[in-house]
Design a protein around this ligand. Sequence first.
Ligand code: IPM
Ligand code: MG
Length: 357
Amino acid sequence: MKYSIALLKGDGIGPEIVDSAVEVLKKVGAKYGHEFEFTPYLIGGCAIDATGEPLPEETVKGCLASDSVLLGAVGGPKWDNLPGGKRPEKALLGIRSALGLFTNLRPAKLYPALKNASPLRADIVAGGFELMIVRELTGGIYFGERGRREGKYGPEAFDTEAYSRMEIERIGRVAFETAMKRNRKLVSIDKANVLETSRLWREIMHEMSKEYSEVEYSDMLVDNAAMQLVRNPGQFDVIVTSNMFGDILSDEASQITGSIGMLASASLGSTKRGMYEPIHGSAPDIAGQNKANPIATVLSAAMMLRYSFDLKEEADCIEKAVDAVLEKGFRTADLLGTSGGNALSCTEMTEKILENI
Ligand code: IPM
Ligand code: MG
């Protein structure tokens, strides 16, 4: 089969990690007889430098015309002082919205080989954990009305959160279906003791839970959830939550796996086209130094094969190669933890993964 993939390398370490995932996809393609055609487009800071816009029209068109999208990361100190609407991050929200990607799947699992890299105490991670965060991605406070105005105490700023029944139901549906394919346990995370959007969210999730009687459903307040994730991450299977809470909790979930450099994500909508990206940022401090961990992006490419192209065996092959490399003790700098040893560069880690495909 032939598949067209739009590459949005972005800024900072983005180009290095995307190149790494492309190598892995090429090798898998050669092994299983698929042809992947890659077309790069600009997004984020590099797009601002080249065109003045963080999300050029051509990028949106290119992504819409492709079978799937692989993204690195956007942003960096160079563009930090631009107004909100011109920032690289705006492009990320823009492309998610333009492609209708309302679901963001962020799996977080503890690799047995990386127990030492987790900041959690050995007894807490002894049983391991493997959870899936289902984050709503195109609504809530990141997309609500915002601005500056004159307030009671002088100038003030505001952001608003709004969620419609439609938006909550469609992400709820994905979450319940995801739970059905896993261990059938779903926790919905909100702030229903304070926020009206959370109260509507909770009401609808409760309604839906009646349809999914095989799923063990519960709700949890977000502050408690932040605590439970470090106290006992093994209690979670699938988590569903709003855009902002999902953004925050997924960084926390990634860190307890050992490194944010390990976490992949899939952004999906109502078509097969998805956008796949590591959950970490552009890491400007190590950009261009060949130090980045490419695993999150490589695993994102595996998610693309699984979710957009239905290539299960091929996706398994990539995931197994990553497992094997970690089991053999190979580490990038972020994964060394307390065990010490030598760190591989981004290209060396990529080579190791390729050798195992
Ligand atoms: C993420 C990032 C983005 C988000 C930023 C860069 C806009 O933090 O993908 O988690 O908040 O979604
Ligand atoms: Mg984030």
